[in-house]
Write a protein that binds this ligand. Structure first.
Ligand SMILES: [Zn+2]
Length: 451
């Protein structure tokens, strides 16, 4: 039995944090959540509090990063000053992708995931398409790169949903993969499914899900193969959707409809599906996504970095799509920043304030993300859920004087002091207990960039 005494805790369905909450866990699960104020002493007596770990500040459920490409961490600060757009950025990204092998991928992902742990992220969805050797030839173990990611998350102390991504073509009209893209491809969706079916994560911290890279990368007639594989096994299915207007234009030119419509017609949408970005949907797309209860993963810091645009987050939420958040390219790894950006971007677009309540932003960052990644028992401080705790200090230069309900508009990842994943402490006093994060990041990035 482990006990924590949170100065404030954000409990499920609460509009704001609750003071003085005793949280108890055993076997990695929360066994009791007891607000002490107004209830007198806890029934077990004062000794219950003596051995409780004090958590000064605001304690949240675990944050879920629903969209990650771990290797993009190596690009931080190397492209942001440049001109161009998404497509010119992608060329630089491909040059890093071409240098990775299972060993260097393990080192880079381990450091990137440990940075996430420091930021309070207890679960990550890795949208993984670097499957094969640089020339497209499978490794001796065709899932060696997947295994590296699972191992990396284990070292970093966080859970992982490996969203194994079908990436078969270079464009909507079916052009074959070429150059650095060759290592992404399995040939066709059946061979993709065969490879993924042969992979079982070595440890309970990781699960497999499926992904369709985009309508650019999976031919229309093969979409149902990927969706059916995920559906039969009850696994989450993710897909990049309408990140770029050019993707919409190409889809209309080839298929005569929007990417959302194409996905709907091939059985891809639904409550187990998460559309990533959805930055440029039409009004009809928004209705379709909402009616199907398709989730939307917003990645505002990446969308701003790549000049992609601002997605209609509030309209999509109102239409019925649950929201989650992702750091995607890892230009920033800070879910506080992602969460408030969802609201602040809406303000810029509409010149009105107050689209999302703080509790709605917390939901997107916690239970929404976990649900999108297939962990329906995480993301809430409630009995029976996984014992994930993230404590944010309220006495830093950024957060001093801020009421706990305002923490998501003031805190940064650097204000996270304590992180517990499945009942195990991973970060203490702002320090990762097993990974020297800055040193490992530096070495891993030098290895894959050559500088
Ligand atoms: Zn992405």
């Amino acid at each position: 039995m482990t006990r924590w005494l949170a100065e404030y805790a954000w409990l499920p369905e609460h509009a704001e944090p609750t003071p003085d909450v005793l949280i108890e866990a055993e076997g990695g699960r929360i066994t009791a959540v007891t607000p002490l104020v107004g209830r007198g002493a806890p029934t077990a007596g004062i000794e219950v509090l003596v051995d409780a770990v004090r958590l000064p500040g605001l304690t949240l459920p675990g944050l879920a990063n629903a969209h990650s490409h771990a290797f993009h961490r190596a690009l931080r600060g190397r492209t942001h000053g440049g001109r161009g757009d998404f497509w010119s950025w992608r060329d630089v990204m491909y040059s890093v992708a071409s240098r990775l092998d299972p060993d260097s991928y393990l080192a880079l992902a381990r450091a990137a995931y440990a940075e996430m742990a420091l930021a309070g992220i207890t679960c990550v969805g890795e949208f993984h398409y670097l499957h094969h050797g640089p020339d497209g030839k499978p490794y001796a173990d065709p899932n060696a790169m997947s295994a590296a990611l699972v191992e990396a998350a284990g070292h970093a102390g966080i859970r992982l949903t490996l969203l194994d991504t079908a990436y078969l073509t270079a464009s909507v009209d079916g052009a074959p993969l070429a150059g650095p893209q060759r290592r992404f491809g399995d040939g066709d969706a059946l061979r993709w499914a065969e490879r993924v079916s042969g992979f079982t994560p070595a440890d309970a911290h990781a699960r497999v899900g499926a992904a369709i890279h985009s309508v650019r990368a999976v031919p229309a007639e093969q979409l149902a193969t990927v969706a059916g594989w995920a559906d039969r096994q009850g696994l989450p299915l993710h897909v990049h959707l309408s990140e770029q207007p050019a993707e919409n234009d190409a889809c209309r030119a080839v298929h005569g409809c929007t990417p959302t419509r194409l996905l709907a017609d091939h059985g891809v949408l639904g409550r187990h599906t998460t559309a990533v970005h959805a930055t440029h949907p039409t009004g009809a797309d928004i209705s379709l996504l909402g009616e199907n209860r398709t989730g939307i993963c917003l990645c505002p810091t990446t969308e701003r970095d790549l000049a992609d645009g601002i997605g209609p987050a509030h309209r999509m939420a109102e239409a019925g799509s649950p929201l989650s958040l992702g750091s995607d390219s890892h230009a920033v790894v800070d879910l506080f920043e992602e969460a408030r950006a969802v609201e602040l971007d809406e303000r810029l677009r509409t010149r009105k304030r107050g689209h999302f309540t703080p509790a709605e932003l917390v939901t997107a960052a916690t239970v929404g993300g976990h649900a999108a990644l297939g962990w329906g028992d995480a993301g809430r401080l409630s009995v029976g859920d996984r014992a994930d705790l993230v404590t944010v200090r309220l006495d830093s230069a950024r957060t001093a004087g801020v009421p706990p309900v305002g923490a998501f508009f003031a805190a940064t990842a650097a204000d996270v002091t304590h992180v517990v994943v499945d009942g195990r402490t991973v970060v203490e006093d702002g320090r990762h207990l097993t990974v020297d994060v800055p040193t490992e990041l530096r070495h891993a990035i030098e290895e894959v960039t050559g500088q």
